[in-house]
Write a protein of this length. Sequence first.
Length: 274
Amino acid sequence: MSAAHEEIPQKKITTRNLRVMKNAGTKITALTAYDFLMAQILDRSGIDIILVGDSVGMVVQGLETTVTVTMEHMLYHASVVSRGVERALVVGDLPFMSYQVNSDEALRNAGAMVKQSHVEAVKLEGGSSVCNTTERLVTAGIPVMGHLGLTPQSIHKFGSYRVRATTDEEADQLREDAISLQQAGAFAIVVEKVPASLAREISTNLEIPVIGIGAGPGCDGQILVSHDMLGLYTRFHPRFVRRYAQMGEEMLSAFKHYADDVRSGEFPAADESY
Ligand code: KIV
C-alpha cells in the first residue's frame, strides 16, 4: 500500500468530519457516481464525498442539460450508489423542481432520498431563495449542501455556462448567498465556475467547507464529474476539468479488439469454452 493510501482515514466520513478537515487545513475530495460499481471503486480510493449528481442527465442519459432529470431518476441512481459505499459521505442531488415549489414538497423529496435511497445528505442549487427550505430540511435532520455560482439547473434563465460572479454586483450577491446558506444550516457549499480569488475569499470567510469546481485552488476541497475526469464524457471539455485517464479511448479500443476477435474466430479460444 502506498504512503498516500495509508494516510486515508478509514472511518466513516460525516458532515462533522468535513468541518474538522476544513479547520485542520486538510483538503476535501469529492467526485460524482451514478452506479454501484463506480461508487465502490471511488469509495476504495478514499474519496471523502460521493455526489450522486443530476449531471447523470448529461453524462449517463445523454441529455443536453440537467433540467429534465426527475426524482425517480435520482432515487434510483442514489440507491444503487449508496449500496456500493461504506466510507464516503453520500450526497444526493435534488433535481430541478423537486424543491422549488415549496418547502413541504422539498422536505418530502429530500426525505425520500434519505429513506429510500440511503443518502446521508442532499444538495440543492441557489442562494437566498433556498435558505428557508435549507433550514426546514436541516431542522428535520437532513444535512444540506448548497450550490452557488454556475447553477446548471437555471441554464434556461442564464442562457450560458459562462464564468459567474465576474461583476462586483454578482460577486457581492455570491458572498451574501454563501453567508445566508451557512446561517440556514448548510454543512458545505459547492461553488462552481467563479473567479479563483472570490472562491478563496469565501472559503476563508465561511466556517463551513467550500468545495470548488472551476473555482481555483483556494477552496477547502474540490469536486469534478467522474465521467469528465476519466475521459469518458467528451462532448465538451471545460478548462477546469483535468483528464486523469482516457477511458473512453480505452473502452473503444477494447470493444473494437473484441469485435475483431469474434469476427476472426480468435474468440472464444479452447480454454474459454466448455
Ligand atoms: O450534478 C453534479 O454533478 C454537480 C457537480 C458538478 C457539482 O452538481
